[in-house]
Design a protein around this ligand. Structure first.
Ligand code: ACM
Length: 261
């Protein structure tokens, strides 16, 4: 299975320009699963809920139509971040799209800094979706620091975790090695690059998008400032057996009577 990411620097508020950037980068790319960054079409540093709302979409609108279009070109399933609107609530969401349309949506559970001012925290249990018979879950960016999201996906059967991101802290890529190792899953962390200065906010995004293997091996790693598409060839079956050795199993050995949830 070929899985990978698009890393690039979205232009704030310019969906059409960002769509063209992604389509240009993906020219000639054929894959099974392609992950785009969190909020890839809109940018990140909103200054008010009204501003975020002006870039939001009800599922089925222009971002999902664009993703459906590139799914066809790349023969792939795409996972990508967008601002989801439901009534007056906005969610920092990611959708999975193939040529038939939207397969599933994840609403980011832990909101980072000022995201709390415009987005509502996710209100749905993370789900796992099938991509060519392989189980794929979605988490978004700051989920990396809460082991529960990745664990929930892994317990739900995820073999691959798609991880659209706008990372600004220096630890996530290293932490994803542990998330993959402790759950025996693959992960595709699709991060953005560039800097966004808006109002008092000044974010520099860390790039270094990576595909991580089930033993914590970094299979593909981008640098911190280059727009690129990178892929890895994986065998998703490696994610199904959770045994560590003859005596130990990542799931069966959990001592749930003694953990505080
Ligand atoms: C983040 O969750 N965008 C850091």
């Amino acid at each position: 299975m070929r899985i990978g990411f698009v890393q690039f620097g979205p232009v704030f508020g310019e969906k059409q320009i960002n769509f063209i950037s992604v389509e240009t980068l993906l020219e000639g790319c054929k894959a099974d699963l392609i992950v785009l960054p969190e909020l890839f079409a809109t940018g990140y540093a909103f200054q008010s809920k009204e501003e975020a709302a002006s870039h939001s979409e009800v599922p089925g609108e222009e971002t999902s139509l664009f993703l459906k279009h590139i799914a066809g070109i790349c023969n792939a399933t795409i996972v990508a971040g967008f601002i989801e609107r439901e009534n007056t609530d906005l969610y920092n969401s990611a959708m999975m799209v193939d040529t038939s349309g939207i397969i599933g949506i994840y609403r980011k559970l832990p909101l980072f800094t000022k995201e709390n001012l415009w987005f509502s925290p996710g209100n749905r249990v993370p789900r796992v979706f099938k991509v060519k018979g392989v189980k794929v879950g979605i988490m978004i960016c700051f989920d990396w620091i809460f082991p529960e999201t990745c664990r929930t996906l892994a317990l739900g059967g995820a073999q691959i975790v798609a991880h659209p991101s706008n990372l600004v802290l220096p630890w996530a890529q290293q932490a994803m090695i542990t998330r993959c190792l402790e759950n025996r899953v693959f992960a595709v962390t699709a991060n953005r690059i560039g800097r966004e200065q808006r109002g008092e906010d000044d974010f520099t995004f860390t790039g270094q998008s990576q595909v991580t293997g089930v033993r914590g091996e970094v299979l593909t790693l981008a640098d911190d400032d280059t727009a690129c598409v990178l892929m890895a060839g994986i065998d998703p079956e490696q994610a199904t057996d959770k045994s560590v050795n003859q005596y130990n199993n990542l799931f069966a050995d959990r001592r749930n009577n003694f953990y505080i949830l």
